[in-house]
Design a protein around this ligand. Structure first.
Ligand code: SAM
Ligand code: SF4
Length: 384
């Protein structure tokens, strides 16, 4: 195995598939928890799962851990402690690694953040979505504006200043003024990072069956533009399609995805991507999706939901789909480092998109122009 391979960063994603209530817009692998969570059995399953993956990543070190969901803040600090201790015992973790936990206001009791921190969590991602009670209700959230403020304040009180707030815009009936009020409220809480997503209507959701009335495109564009300017002015420049933060607070775990590095995925429905440049391929692997099936089979060959080799012909677009989400793009050399393909395979198309003004002309970088970022799908289409 070439040393080269060992230099591709490796992250770990852990999925927790339960929520108090399913939100009408959500198509993530999340299920309503009826009664208490089988957390002991689930942590056992996660550890068995990671153990089964170990031979695929011998000698490689984990740079970040992200515990997402679902609502992982429904787990007790004890369960998280057992999970993180179990991971440390099985995998070499980088000493100063980022360990993020997604936490929902309304699904985290007061005081729990300090226990989470003691268990090893050093970053939170708090799913606020909005600070407007009417919008929170339309989104089917279990929390109100007060609980959103309380969660961010509790994070500071626990010494977890490194937290992200998830906000959405383009909400049912939302005006520009209301969206900007959400931004002002978020800024007042001094988060380290902000994720700002346009609400999309996904198949297999209740919003898809009975769609709410959303603001028109002009309003949504105006919101995005004003919010972006407001955030930049307050020290949170946009660095990815939906992510805003000072440079030293960027999310390392997500950067790993956008830079097309590798990751292990454990938990119900979790996906992994692993490179084997020696064999000349990139491998995708996913786990059984339904929590009950996963609980019964994790760690056995039957716990693997599926597995596929990525075709060489798909690699350029897969790489660019991630890398071109970054406002600054990536060094051009990263293409070969991550895909094993020479940059020349892109050349005719690169020239064309540069001429169309979708990509910056700097030969040393692959970087979208402002227009390229705005019409990212058009840009990617050119490489398909
Ligand atoms: C993995 S999800 C859920 C995290 C957490 N359970 C929560 O709801 O707070 C991460 C984020 O994706 C965003 N999201 C989920 N569904 C979305 C949709 N249909 N459109 C836009 N953003 C969405 C939300 O901001 C959410 O906080
Ligand atoms: S709480 Fe988060 S993961 Fe759960 S249903 Fe709502 S948006 Fe989806």
């Amino acid at each position: 195995m070439p040393d080269f391979y060992l230099t591709i960063p490796l992250a770990l994603y852990v999925h927790v598939p339960w929520c108090v209530r399913k939100c009408p817009y959500c198509d993530f692998n999340s299920h309503e928890a009826h009664g208490s969570l089988p957390e002991r059995a689930y942590v056992d399953a996660l550890l068995a799962d990671v153990e089964q993956d170990l031979p695929r990543v011998w000698g490689r070190r984990i740079d970040s851990v992200f515990i997402g969901g679902g609502t992982p803040s429904l787990l007790s600090a004890e369960a998280l402690d057992r999970l993180l201790s179990g991971l440390r015992a099985r995998l070499p973790l980088r000493p100063d690694l980022e360990i993020t936990l997604e936490a929902n206001p309304g699904a985290v009791e007061q005081g729990r953040f300090a226990e989470f921190r003691a268990a090893g969590i050093n970053r939170l991602s708090i799913g606020v979505q909005s600070f407007n009670d009417e919008h929170l209700q339309k989104l089917g959230r279990i929390h109100d504006r007060r609980a959103a403020f309380a969660a961010a304040e509790a994070a500071h009180a626990a010494g977890l200043d490194n937290f992200n707030l998830d906000l959405m815009f383009g909400l049912p009936g939302q005006t520009e003024v209301q969206a900007l009020a959400d931004i002002a409220n978020a800024l007042a809480l001094q988060p380290a990072h902000l994720s700002y997503y346009q609400l999309t209507i996904e198949p297999n959701t209740r919003f898809h069956q009975s769609p709410p009335t959303l603001p028109n495109e002009d309003v949504v564009d105006a919101i995005q533009e004003r919010a972006q300017a407001e955030l930049a002015e307050h020290g949170y420049p946009r660095y990815e399609v939906s992510a805003y933060a000072p440079e030293n607070r960027r999310c390392r775990h997500n950067l790993n995805y956008w830079e097309f590095a590798d990751y292990l995925g454990i938990g119900a429905g979790a996906h992994g991507k692993l490179t084997d440049l020696a064999a000349g391929h990139i491998h995708r692997l996913w786990k059984l999706k339904h929590p009950q099936d996963y609980l019964a089979r994790a760690g056995t060959p039957d716990g693997i939901g599926g597995d596929a080799l990525m075709q060489k012909t798909d690699l350029p677009v897969e790489f660019l789909m991630n890398a071109l989400r970054l406002v600054d793009g990536v060094p051009a050399t990263l293409f070969e480092e991550r895909t094993g393909l020479p940059l020349t395979v892109l050349e005719p198309t690169l020239n064309r998109v540069k001429e169309r003004g979708l990509l910056e002309t700097d030969p040393d970088r692959l970087q979208p122009t402002e227009t390229g970022l705005r019409f990212l799908n058009d840009l990617l289409q050119e490489f398909m």
